[in-house]
Design a protein around this ligand. Structure first.
Ligand code: KPL
Length: 323
């Protein structure tokens, strides 16, 4: 695997759009602004406007920033404003949930400049397969991050963990080095990795093992260290390794298992994102986590019983949410 080190110097002339203003989108906004770049948000609702964002660091220091928000929804005035700002945008970072990626990109597709680059950053896998078919001239990169951020209010986030981020090329033209350097200098502990897919599969294994089990058992991540979960965790990983192999990605089951247990230990006190989604009766990302493993297995006429069972249990829970 090759990695790219940042040699970044100046950013002020670089326009970066952030599609999705969730916790990770807002965290990236603060990190990009700190490097001298002027990012903006593309959101679904509201009008074009200025918004004050509040950021609380891990050390509990709080600061404010002003952000420009552009709505992608059909409102004649905001449409023009978004089209205008997008005209000289060089990168759009897509920070919505995996199941929202298609719709979010489709809402801006006709306005994406021909030489603009897209970076998908979400839990799970899958959307890039569809998006790469829809892009004509634009390059696509994908990434995974274990940076932690929590929304304390709509426009107030707290950084909860300083994880690493791995980014890399997916399709079309490569992200120019100047823009790679910008992202790597803005995002702490980030690396440009080629190939990046094995790293996405590794993160998928972590999410496939931890997320549905903690949501079903209603427990913190650390509870999965109990020996009784070992057989099911091993089955989840074995199935994933088999599917990844058929997809051309070689993974080492033992290395992956050790990594899953390391994350269980490192995040022992956390409630996984799927646990939180289920607790708050929100749609989960199971479709792009265990569901992705099952879908790719089907393409290769393979059965992934354990991942399929977990997928079915979570979708059943989702179907029982009150309307
Ligand atoms: O990414 C996570 C998630 O909750 O989605 C893990 C690594 C499992 C941490 O909780």
């Amino acid at each position: 695997m090759s990695t790219h080190k940042s040699r970044f110097t100046s950013t002020s002339d670089t326009k970066v759009g952030i599609l999705g203003a969730g916790a990770i989108g807002q965290l990236l906004f603060h990190q990009l602004t700190a490097t001298g770049c002027a990012p903006y948000f593309i959101t679904r609702g509201g009008n074009t406007r200025q918004q004050t964002l509040t950021f609380t660091s891990i050390e509990n220091n709080t600061s404010n920033l002003s952000a420009e928000l552009f709505s992608s929804v059909s409102q004649s005035d905001t449409h023009d404003a978004l089209a205008q700002v997008m005209r000289d945008t060089q990168v759009i970072i897509v920070c919505v949930k995996a199941y929202q990626v298609n719709e979010a990109i489709n809402s801006i597709l006709t306005r994406i400049p021909k030489d603009c680059h897209l970076l998908l950053l979400h839990n799970g896998m899958g959307p890039h397969l569809q998006i790469e078919k829809q892009l004509s001239t634009q390059g696509l990169s994908v990434g995974t991050t274990s940076q932690g951020a929590l929304k304390l209010a709509t426009w107030h986030i707290q950084q909860t963990g300083c994880g690493s981020s791995q980014l890399g090329h997916a399709s079309g033209p490569q992200l120019p080095n100047r823009l790679k350097d910008l992202l790597l200098s803005a995002i702490p502990q980030s690396q440009w990795c080629e190939p990046v897919l094995p790293l996405l599969w590794q993160k998928l294994a972590i999410n496939a093992a931890i997320n549905p089990l903690t949501a079903i058992e209603q427990c913190r991540n650390g509870a999965l260290a109990d020996i009784r979960y070992r057989p099911i965790i091993e089955m989840i990983i074995s199935e994933l390794v088999e599917v990844a192999k058929l997809e051309g990605v070689e993974l080492d089951k033992l290395v992956l298992t050790n990594r899953v247990y390391e994350v269980i230990k490192l995040t022992a006190n956390n409630f996984s994102s799927m646990h939180q989604d289920v607790a708050n009766k929100r749609q989960t990302e199971v479709g792009s986590i265990n569901g992705y493993i099952v879908a790719r297995a089907r393409v290769h006429h393979l059965n992934c019983k354990t991942n399929e069972d977990l997928y079915n249990q979570i979708t059943k829970i989702e179907s029982q949410y009150p309307i």
